[in-house]
Design a protein around this ligand. Structure first.
Ligand SMILES: [Mn+2]
Length: 289
């Protein structure tokens, strides 16, 4: 299938810093070639914002405004938008670029990303990424992303999360958002744990955005960044999740985020990222066929 790789080499407002190095590293180590070798037609675009250092929040939302435009162009041309990004906050731009009515989200992450400015204890904007996408915070900034509308909570499934801040966990529990904890995956297998949630998405959800924060993986499998938390998923379980998702709905866009090569001296996380991106594109192709 035709794939447009959208590389966003930023982390917390800084280009090529920390997890912002992940996208460039994936490309330098041959992501596009691997996808082409699998028979896919690949174009790559790296997103840039203004040269001058920007305030962090401004940078994140400027990136999203641009990302929404290029995601829309890719999708309208019939290509799969595949975002590789330092931060999870890019999800807001990606879903905005999909013709948003009828879009659902499957979010795989060690963390809930469900903090708001009122609950965060780290001050890390990325910990608010899913809360932003679902319209719980940063609504003014998000309203300037072309095409952005908050995704209803019942359109979202959170998979593999196990590291929450206390107030975040309370908000998540109250929200009623569908959650597949890693314990459930270990106990019952990915298909049995995930399938009921995807099957229960409202009929108006016609396409899915699949968001893979690579730190959903267990650190014993691959350590991907400084936020790694034990008790995570295996590469095989995540790969299986993509199959489950694609059997229920077309996968309209995907993202891989939060890979910091500085924590990956032996390339285990790199190879996990390659395997999962190839799997995601293959399953997206099946789901759109
Ligand atoms: Mn995340």
């Amino acid at each position: 299938m035709r794939v447009r790789i959208l590389a966003v080499p930023y982390d917390s407002g800084l280009r090529d810093a920390r997890m912002g190095r992940g996208p460039g590293h994936l490309l330098e180590r041959g992501l596009a070639t691997r996808l082409r070798d699998r028979g896919h037609e690949i174009a790559v675009e790296t997103l840039e914002v203004a040269d001058a250092p920007l305030p962090e929040i401004r940078c994140a939302f400027d990136v999203n405004r641009r990302l929404a435009v290029v995601t829309r162009e890719a999708a309208e041309s019939g290509a799969l938008p595949l975002v590789i990004a330092g931060n999870c906050g890019t999800a807001a731009g990606t879903v905005a670029g999909l013709n948003q009515a009828g879009v659902g989200v499957v979010w795989l992450d060690a963390h809930g990303d469900f903090n708001t400015p009122e609950t965060t204890v780290t001050g890390f904007l990325d910990g608010m990424a899913l809360a932003t996408v679902t319209g719980r915070c940063w609504t003014g900034m998000a309203s300037h992303i072309p095409g952005f509308h908050p995704i209803p909570l019942e359109h979202v499934v959170l998979v593999g999360a196990r590291d929450f801040d206390p107030a975040e966990q309370a908000a998540l529990s109250r929200s009623g958002l569908g959650v597949v904890p890693p314990d459930a995956v270990r106990a019952r297998g990915m298909a049995a744990a995930l399938e009921p949630h995807v099957a229960a998405l409202p009929a108006r959800v016609r396409r899915l955005y699949v968001h893979l924060d690579l730190d959903v993986l267990d650190p014993a499998e691959a350590r991907v960044n400084q936020f790694a938390a034990p008790g995570g998923l295996t590469v095989a379980q995540v790969a299986e999740a993509f199959g489950v998702i694609g059997r229920h709905r077309p996968i309209a866009a995907g993202a891989l985020t939060a890979y910091d090569p500085a924590h990956d001296p032996d390339d285990r996380a790199l190879n996990a990222a390659f395997r999962l991106l190839l799997e995601l594109v293959d399953r997206a192709g099946d789901s759109l066929a």
